[in-house]
Ligand binder design. Sequence first.
Ligand SMILES: [Zn+2]
Length: 342
Amino acid sequence: MKKLLPTSTAGSLPKPSWLAEPEKLWSPWKLEGEELVQGKQDALRLSLQEQQHAGIDIVSDGEQTRQHFVTTFIEHLSGVDFNNRQTVRIRDRYDASVPTVVGAVARQKPVFVEDAKFLRAQTKQPIKWALPGPMTMIDTLYDDHYKSREKLAWEFAKILNEEAKELEAAGVDIIQFDEPAFNVFFDEVNEWGVATLERAIEGLKCETAVHICYGYGIKANTDWKKSLGTEWRQYEEAFPKLQKSSIDMISLECHNSHVPIDLIELIRGKKVMVGAIDVASETIETPEEVASTLRKALQFVDADKLFPCTNCGMAPLSRAVARGKLAALSAGAEIVRRELSN
Ligand SMILES: [Zn+2]
């Protein structure tokens, strides 16, 4: 019998301090050359072991080989000039210095396929691999070539599909696309955002997921959240279209967030990764708190479609806090599993 409520994380986990400065986004590597290659693999092994010790069912690489969930992917593409940087407003929220698209974008070589093979060789557990979604990619760049967000998104969707097919062949069980931009650009989501996401998953036989969140616990995000009022209804905009889409799973934020839980009803029929861990707080949830979030979600998701998860990545947290949160997630899921089997 398949285990009910398999746990997983949204993606990133903290890196060891010998690899990159901890509790920081875009933290530069501390090693170089062959040492960096080895160091990333060792960090991946550690991250996997921490997930296993915490009892996480669907494991990941903890994004140990990437500096950032979007830019590391883009760095591997041609047509993007990293020396030519422009300041743009990311997700309509904060300014960042980003690279410029100067020509046709293309993927000359695989990006994460070797890392995925490495992870696959370390474990027999199901593995999930995260990629940035097309809309979130274009939102982290300055485009001086296509001059159209939609056009560039279609190009990235094609590239992501190439990468996803090779990740699938490497043995990845779930490929997840991170689309925090879906919570911001509602007209575009409905005009072409979901369509480009479906292009990115075209022909895949493994499970596919989209992760939509309110971001890491960094200041720009927490300030933005304060401006959203008491009820966060952003999911209402993208969910109806996603419910009709070919994507299998949707990863969303629940615990400590102001998202009305009944919005999950809008994606009835999909598998749902329910965020039961707040990544913007250092406070470790109790198993009972996790269980309570899962019980609320069960009103709108069938038990066999519920996947307990974190709200977002945990890269900016300390390793001790992240480990505590993973253990709480497992323990909370176990409480509800026992209730369901009674
Ligand atoms: Zn996220």
